[in-house]
Write a protein that binds this ligand. Structure first.
Ligand code: BG6
Length: 493
């Protein structure tokens, strides 16, 4: 296993993402030998903190969120030695000069050849200023490579994303920029390629002759939690649709890449995004996209407040916490196949699932052809991981009775829920220079263009916003959308 020899700069080191995901990910990589001894982590945030206090934060975070425990004192002490903290005012280039001096010391101490990975877990408006100060503070002059990892949201719409990208591009080249979409780091999302391209069962059927529709569900039981301030300006379409959902759709729909390499895969993904049928009018958006907001409700017997009652949310907010859309990929393979995508907060289960519904055989041997349950291929991404197929089989003891049966591969049952976290994979990939599972600018911009069309129709007026009780499956209108096409959402489990 190649080790990732570099200094990691964590901007936003006192934030939630660092605590929940980034520290635990680094610890798992270390424990698994994917970070050898030649690395260092510099925590950066405004607040003053000593190295000791910072290490305590890291220790606590690992105790709470890591899939490995930190009870091996010897291991922990060796790991913690690599962590230092520096308080930094992002707008002051002097601090960056000091950071550069600190970096040289760390290079010498840990035998690092000047490789630098800047991880920006910050609000998007800070990406530009930080990039400029990294350059002006001399941090990009070391001998090794320089890469910048950027958290979502990458902008708010296409113009703001474009502006952000232009700023970052003044400092970093596209191949040095790693835009995170953590869904691409999930095991089962990466598995989509293998299932599709390594199985004689599926690839020949993977087109509009055999597939009736595709359903992608990302449901969450949580509400907006403490993120009302951010979320109320964002909403489900920007928070989940522009990135995670469209990225998953590209993995399902893309053509086989010429090689299994980053640029080739990303070339195919962007072609899918370019083929998305744009909604022509606002009316078109209203017919094909349902938006909802959770109202008061209950879940497992517990009463839940409505979205408008949440902290930092405008009491008259029309922000959507749910949306469902019917999307077409207008290319040769997918002509006429609807992709139904939906996501929401305060739904009854936490799950990410892709259902491929196949067309019926057209056989009248077993009653009317529509009596047969269609074959399904279900890819379960999270929290359960696995796949299953639903096929029709003879009902035991009957003459012509047919019943659907499931054949299942449950990955998480085999290895438990201890698969590598998305962030482990992504940090490791960035440190090795593999950008396959990061989003390229052309993908991001195409996705924004698609989403902006919907957002602009929604801005015109909000009477189509549907309220759904917290703890329910969202607005009925989303069910009607499928029913009109003769389909239904397959229940998730
Ligand atoms: C984030 C969104 O990108 O993804 C959150 O901002 C959402 O609103 C989260 O809760 C879901 O991620 P996961 O990995 O828990 O499914």
């Amino acid at each position: 296993l190649a080790s990732a020899s570099a200094v990691f700069y964590l901007f936003g080191a006192t934030g939630d993402l660092a605590r929940r995901k980034l520290f635990p990910a680094l610890f798992s990589l270390y424990k698994e030998g994917k970070l050898a001894e030649d690395f260092a982590v510099v925590g950066l945030a405004r607040r003053p903190r000593t190295d000791e206090q910072f290490r305590d934060d890291v220790y606590e975070s690992i105790g709470e969120f890591s899939r490995y425990k930190s009870d091996d004192a010897e291991l922990w002490n060796r790991f913690a030695e690599h962590f230092v903290y520096m308080s930094l005012d992002i707008n002051n280039v002097e601090g960056f000069r000091e950071l550069d001096r600190l970096s040289s010391q760390l290079d010498a101490k840990f035998n690092i050849p000047g490789n630098r990975l800047f991880y920006l877990a910050l609000a998007p408006e800070l990406f530009g200023p930080v990039s400029f100060n990294l350059r002006d503070g001399g941090l990009l002059e070391s001998k090794g490579w320089h890469r910048v990892v950027i958290e979502k949201p990458f902008g708010y719409d296409l113009p703001s994303a474009q502006k952000l990208n232009d700023q970052i591009n003044q400092v970093f080249r596209e191949e040095e920029i790693y835009r995170i979409d953590h869904y691409l780091g999930k095991e089962m999302v990466q598995n989509i390629e293998v299932i599709r391209f390594a199985n004689a069962f599926f690839e020949p059927l993977w087109n509009n002759k055999h597939i009736a529709n595709v359903q992608i569900t990302l449901s969450e039981t949580v509400g907006v939690e403490e993120r009302g301030g951010y979320y109320d300006k964002s909403g489900a379409l920007r928070d989940m649709g522009q990135n995670h959902m469209l990225q998953m759709l590209t993995m399902i729909a893309m053509e086989p890449p010429s090689r299994l390499q980053g640029e080739d895969i990303r070339d195919e993904k962007v072609k899918v995004l370019r083929s998305l049928r744009q909604y022509a009018t606002s009316e078109d958006v209203r017919t094909n996209v349902t938006r909802g907001q959770y109202a008061e409700g209950s879940w497992r017997g517990k009463a839940l407040p409505g979205y408008r009652q949440e902290d930092s949310v405008n009491p008259e907010s029309v922000t959507e916490t749910y949306f469902a859309a019917k999307v077409f990929v207008d290319n040769f393979r997918w002509a006429g196949v609807p992709f139904y995508i939906r996501t929401g907060k305060r739904l009854p289960v936490k799950t990410t699932e892709v259902v491929i519904e196949f067309k019926n055989t057209g056989s009248v041997l077993f009653g009317q052809r529509h009596d047969l349950t269609p074959n399904l291929l279900v890819i379960r991404v999270n929290p359960m991981e696995g796949i299953y197929i639903k096929i029709n089989a003879k009902e035991p003891g009957s003459d012509t009775g047919v019943q659907p049966v499931a054949m299942e591969f449950c990955q998480s049952c085999k290895i438990g829920l201890n698969t590598p976290e998305a962030y482990e994979r992504l940090i490791y990939d960035a440190a090795r220079g593999d950008s396959t599972y990061f989003t390229r600018w052309d993908e991001v911009s195409q996705a924004w263009a698609f989403v902006d069309r919907i957002a602009s129709a929604w801005r015109e007026e909000s009477s189509d916003l549907q309220f759904y009780p917290a703890g329910s499956w969202g607005p009925e209108k989303a069910d009607e959308m499928l029913a009109k096409d003769g389909y239904r959402w397959w229940p998730v489990n």
